[in-house]
Design a protein around this ligand. Structure first.
Ligand SMILES: [Zn+2]
Length: 236
């Protein structure tokens, strides 16, 4: 089942605190409609009653769908630089909730679960959209990197990583950031994904294998390794 807890949420614009119902876990198998606000970008978004600015509650939560085999640990985007401890924390959570303290029925449910760690609601949406469309997120990251690098008008920085937000039969749509700092839709033909995967050389296959070495499957795992980690204060 899905669980919520009441929390004081501070507005990042004016500091005004308000009491909010915040999700701690979402069970999309039982309640598929809970994915809709994540997809459309309205999830845990509200107007601050003091300054009227939009506030997005970016809070740790689990997103689980046993029917489709998804087990996703979502953490706030601000914690992403410490993804290695995020992976360890999510492994421990999985061990506790799905193995050690789990009822016997869970032993069947956890068969074949795909486990992931994501940071920020746009990264969570990307996984849900990709998996719903039958895409392997590791290959999707490689396609993203190649398309992104080939577009000189796009900013090439970790915080400007394109994020998939829609996947149709023929097209994949990413939100991307230009060098001027504006958002734009980066549209990629879906056939590009298939041809990249099917025609990959040994270097690309090694890159994809390295992306899949843990549960944090994101370009930042490899392409931006070596970032300054001294601000590592927000370990979950
Ligand atoms: Zn405010």
């Amino acid at each position: 089942m899905s669980t919520y807890v009441e929390r004081d949420v501070a507005c990042p614009h004016c500091g005004k605190s308000s009491r909010r119902n915040v999700a701690e876990s979402l069970n999309l198998g039982r309640s598929p409609h809970l994915a809709e606000p994540i997809i459309d970008g309205s999830f845990q978004t509200f107007r601050c009653e003091s300054c009227n600015q939009q506030v997005v509650v970016d809070h740790p939560m689990m997103v689980i769908d046993f029917d489709r085999g998804w087990w996703i640990a979502h953490y706030p985007r601000a914690w992403e630089h410490s993804w290695e401890s995020g992976e360890r924390h999510s492994d421990a959570t999985y061990q506790d909730t799905m193995v050690t303290y789990a009822p016997p029925i869970v032993a069947e449910l956890r068969e074949g679960l795909q486990r992931r760690v994501v940071y920020g609601l746009d990264a969570l949406r990307e996984k849900i959209v990709a998996w719903s469309a039958g895409l392997d997120d590791r290959w999707l990251e490689l396609v993203k990197l190649e398309v992104w690098r080939a577009e000189p008008q796009l900013a090439f920085r970790p915080e400007a990583r394109p994020r998939l937000f829609a996947a149709g039969d023929k097209t994949l749509d990413f939100w991307a950031t230009t060098v001027e700092g504006t958002s734009k839709v980066l549209r990629v033909e879906r056939v590009r994904y298939e041809s990249t995967r099917d025609g990959a050389d040994i270097t690309r296959r090694a890159f994809v294998a390295a992306l899949g070495e843990g549960t944090y499957v994101d370009l930042a795992r490899i392409a931006f390794a070596g970032e300054d980690d001294s601000a590592n204060v927000a370990n979950p």
